[in-house]
Design a protein around this ligand. Structure first.
Ligand code: PLP
Length: 411
């Protein structure tokens, strides 16, 4: 796109990765100095506390939950959580149609069937969908807190409880966000996080889960480590289950060192972005006619890493995005969230092997519930989106610039 304001360089989009500095380096050096790069070796008298263990301790304290577990990615966290809930073939998990690839694929990888749900104008799972889609096979519902904005958790947690299904909170895009005074990830049965490159805090790859449920924690630990339960976890829970066939999702100490230093910056990143949104909101004033805004169910607690507006039509959104680009505003969505029904794995019902597909019993795919036409509410919003990312390299000047540019861009 042509930049009509060469005097202004749009700041780079990015959160924790742009704040990687001496703190991360110091912890990585510590691990290198110890020569123990695997979290399950090297702990003992005289050795430094392992990074993964320290990360888990600090996450637990910060989230005020008894159990946190570090894993290799946000996708791994979802697979471990679903497996730890005992979900498998024949089961169903409700998941918003508008979500990240692994929200869907993690369910399939565990042998269960994702059942797609509508989002509301918060761009998160719509209350009422769990009840509408529940069948005797439904074991859980997954809520994705979209780009820093917590879903309507009080309604959704209540609905899940009434329906007798577990609530999985995927917080990959919203770590540190707060809903009515409580951090996201602590409202459901289990909360999952990602430290991938584009996330609020990052170690390149990495993830974690939190839970208050001791039995679920033990199963998650076992799923993460070949079914084993190492002594290092025994201060948190004495093992009570048998070993089962787990996976290998162990976080390395090098990853944990970076994730730990980044985790310590999480609230500062959130505060920086929230301040930018406040300045943006003040500069924008009244919402210009011709656009609406993503509903933020609790504006006192979101992370404000990205702001979403909606134009009146897809064509108008395209024009606005072009004008914003010409006005030196980065308006590329920071996340790759998709309508699942538009992707081949969903439309064709593909698992890693045909016999492993949970869609076989539905007949030819896309079956009902897996086609764009089945999601009028989601479809009515997702083609009109105008994403405006905020980041740690952004200043108050940038926030004001973006507000003015948005007003100028409305057609
Ligand atoms: C909502 C959501 N869940 C899960 C993930 C997966 O995280 P990872 O890339 O660490 O596997 C992502 C990553 O983009 C995400 O946005």
């Amino acid at each position: 796109m042509k930049n009509e304001h060469p005097e202004r360089v749009a700041p780079p989009i990015g959160l924790g990765r742009l704040w990687i500095g001496e703190e991360e380096r110091a912890l990585v050096d510590e691990v290198m100095g110890s020569r123990y790069l695997n979290r399950y070796y090297g702990a003992g008298p005289g050795s430094p506390p392992p990074m993964a263990l320290t990360l888990e301790k600090e996450i637990s304290e910060c989230f005020d939950v008894p159990y946190a577990l570090a894993v290799t990615s946000g996708t791994a966290a979802l697979e471990v959580a679903i497996a730890a809930l005992g979900i498998g073939p024949g089961d169903e998990v409700i998941v918003p149609a508008w979500s990240w690839i692994s929200c869907f694929t993690a369910i399939v990888r565990c042998g269960a069937r994702p059942v797609l749900a509508e989002i509301d104008d918060s761009l998160c799972l719509a209350p009422g969908e769990i009840r509408r889609l529940q069948t005797p096979r439904t074991k859980a519902a997954m809520v994705i807190h979209f780009q820093g904005v917590p879903a309507q958790l009080d309604a959704l947690a209540e609905e899940a409880r009434e329906c007798g299904v577990d609530l999985i909170e995927d917080c990959a895009q919203s770590p540190g966000a707060i809903y009515h005074g409580r951090r996201v990830g602590t409202w459901g049965t289990v909360g999952t996080f990602s430290f991938q490159h584009q996330k609020t805090i990052t170690s390149g790859e990495g993830g974690a889960l939190v839970t208050k449920d001791a039995a679920l924690f033990e199963r998650a630990v076992r799923m993460q480590d070949l079914g084993l339960y190492r002594p290092v976890f025994e201060t948190r829970r004495k093992p009570q289950d048998d070993m089962f066939c787990g996976g290998q999702y162990r976080m390395s100490e090098l990853t944990a060192a970076v994730a730990l230093a980044q985790f310590r910056k999480l609230d500062a990143i959130r505060a920086h972005c929230r301040n930018l949104r406040r300045v943006f909101d003040e500069a924008l004033g009244e919402l210009p006619a011709g656009i609406t805004r993503q509903h933020i169910p609790d504006p006192t607690g979101d992370s404000s890493i990205e702001m979403y507006f909606m134009a009146e039509s897809a064509a108008k959104a395209e024009t606005i995005l072009k004008r914003l680009g010409n006005d030196a505003v980065n308006c590329v969505a920071m996340t790759g969230t998709y309508a699942q029904y538009n992707r081949a794995y969903c439309a064709k019902g593909l698992a890693h092997a045909p016999s492993a597909s949970p869609f076989n019993e539905l007949g030819p795919m896309p079956a009902r519930g897996y086609r764009a036409g089945d999601f009028p509410r989601t479809e009515s919003m997702i083609h009109r989106l105008i994403p405006l990312p905020l980041g740690v390299a952004y200043t108050e000047y940038d926030a004001r610039w973006m507000a003015n540019a948005l007003r100028r861009s409305i057609c």
